[in-house]
Structure formats: C-alpha cells, structure tokens
Design a protein around this ligand. Sequence first.
Ligand code: NAD
Ligand code: MG
Length: 359
Amino acid sequence: MITLDLILPDTRYPIHIGHGLLEQVDLLLPHLPVPKAAIVSNETVAPLYLARLRQALEARGVACLSVVLPDGEAHKDWQTLNRIFDALLSGNAERKTTLIALGGGVIGDMTGFAAACYQRGAPFIQIPTTLLAQVDSSVGGKTAINHPLGKNMIGAFYQPRAVIADMDLLATLPERELSAGLAEVIKYGLLGDADFLAWLEANMPALRARDSTALQYAVKRSCEMKAVIVAEDEKENGVRALLNLGHTFGHAIEAGMGYGAWLHGEAVAAGMVLAAAASAELGWIKQEEVERVRRLIAAAGLPTRAPQMPVEQWLSLMAHDKKVEAGTIRFVLLRRLGQAAIQPGLDITLLERILRANS
Ligand code: NAD
Ligand code: MG
C-alpha cells in the first residue's frame, strides 16, 4: 500500500492506494469520531462490496446503517440526495456519524454533498470503486448534485477525512468505464508530466488488462498530481483550472449528445484531441505530437474524434461551461506535451478548422 497526504490550509487527509483495502478497517477507524457509520452505495456496487465493508466495520464495533441508491448520473439529483437524509434521520444518525461513499463519482459526489449538509457538516470518507473516482472525483473535495438546468450546479467544497482506493474493486468494472477512467489518467500526463505520458504509452496494454501493479502506479501518479494542484489552489482560482484539460470541449460533447450518450471520460478524450489540435494550430506543439496524443487515446479504447455539430452549437454549449469568465471561454491547451496552459479565447476560424479535422 502507498499513502499520499493531501495537505490543505485547514485540513489534511491520507489517500491510501493498494490491494485488499476494503476490509482493512484499521485504515478507517482513526477517522471515525464515534463508532457509527452510514455507508452510501448504489444498486450495482452494493451487491458486490457493501456486505464485506459493513461486516468488517461491525466486527470492530462500528454501528452501521446503509443506503442503497439507484444507479446512474440521472439520479444525481435532489430527490435521490434526500433519500440519504431520510436514511440518516430515520436511523438516528448523529452529527459525528461518518458517511462512507462506496461507489463511483456519482455516489462520491452525492455522499460528500450530503455530508457537507447533514447537521451542517458530518465526517465523510471516500471509498472510490471506479478508476475515474480513484484518480479524480474522490480527491479534492468538490461535491455536488445536478440541476435540470446544469450539471454539478448545486454543491460545496467539502473535503473527506480519508480516501481509500482499493485496486481489487476495479476487477468488476465494465471495460467502457475502465477506459473512461483512463482518459483522466492520460490527462494528468498531458497536463503536467511528460515522463508519465511516456510510461502510459508503454503500459497501456497492461492497464487495460488490469495489471494491478500498473493500475496502482497510474492511480498513485494521478493522485499525486491532483493533490499537488489542489493543495496549491483548493477553490479553483488559478492552477486547478488546468485539470479541465479536454473538459471545455468534453462538456460540450456530453451536453450536445444528451447526457449519458457519451461517458464523461469519452467526451474528455475527444476533447483532449481537440485541445491538442488547437495547440498545434497556435504553434505550441507539432502536428506529429497531436497524432501521438490521438494514438494513446485510441490505445486506451477511447474515441479520438468528436461528434459532428455545427460550430455555433459548439460555441453556445461551451459558453455554458462553468469555466467561462466575463464571456470569454478559457481553453486549457498544451504548451508542450506534459505542460498545460490557459488560453483565453480562440479564433472562430481556428475552431472551425480543428472541429472539421477532428469530428
Ligand atoms: P459512476 O459513479 O456513474 O460509475 C460508473 C458505473 O460503474 C456505474 O454504473 C456504477 O454503478 C458502476 N460501478 C462503480 N464501481 C463499480 C465496480 N467496482 N464494479 C462494477 N461496476 C461499478 O461514474 P464515474 O465515472 O465513477 O463518476 C462520474 C461522476 O463523477 C460524474 O457525476 C462527475 O460529475 C463526477 N466527477 C466529480 C469530480 C469531482 O472532483 N468531484 C471529478 C470528476 C467527475
Ligand atoms: Mg473530469
């Protein structure tokens, strides 16, 4: 097991990464102020892992209640959030009862937001069960639910007490979800570490075969990079925006195609190709480097071309992104492979060219 520490101005917490961690409740116990926990999971993950976690906790004297929510992004909403509060209140959960998120990013985001709100703040622990949640959503304290008018629009910054990433849980993850998580892993290489990018090129087959040593290294390196960036800029006033590489285009794809048609990671993958192509247009990277990005994304089992949409639709979808400031779309592009930079605004003819070439 590897343990990273995320150090923030007001708190710090460990990120444990390894194998067989689900039942190692010694990792959890130091973070429970009282021996009471509420495990939040969903209908897919609960049958696989909930009983093992619950029994391990109960064997150590922790009283547990559990909430099993319907699966899917469509349920990351107010009604489903309320089911967590119903269970907490009817189960007499106290302010010091620890909420444990056992699931992917949807469960992690909802549980974190529930913890931020329940009695004005209950402790919370993340046990991410998707690759995407292990490398991205469980770390950094962004929590939210969706509103019919926008994704992740209702939420809070609220940090967990600990993150426990168990590689064994990825064994049951559908192939497509694994690839979606790999998109965010590739993102870290592109935005900040050329050596890691080269490592990913060499190890992509091992990652897709779920080689546990390779997965553990990829999760570790991703979490290290996210932890450094979040420690520097917890509330996204500066450098944290670099984590949105591929996301401005990606969010437009997700919204334009209808949420759920493209997985987030798939949209980000095509978005990163567009970001690379725009960077080449600006003369920041070479065309052959765009092709290198495209090859790696294809090797991860991800789409390298965006769906076709009129440029006006792209612009209007991108203008709705949370990253828009004073009407200017702030693009995260590649100064070189392994170094991202913010570019405020792109020329419309340049956009048209890269969209035509990559859709
Ligand atoms: P998800 O939570 O919907 O999980 C994907 C699917 O995999 C679901 O059907 C889930 O039930 C299933 N699943 C989860 N773990 C499994 C396992 N071990 N075995 C078998 N099936 C399993 O999706 P996700 O990709 O994990 O997360 C996406 C969400 O995360 C989005 O809502 C997004 O907004 C959010 N997110 C948040 C942040 C953040 O910083 N808070 C960052 C990135 C994404
Ligand atoms: Mg993302």
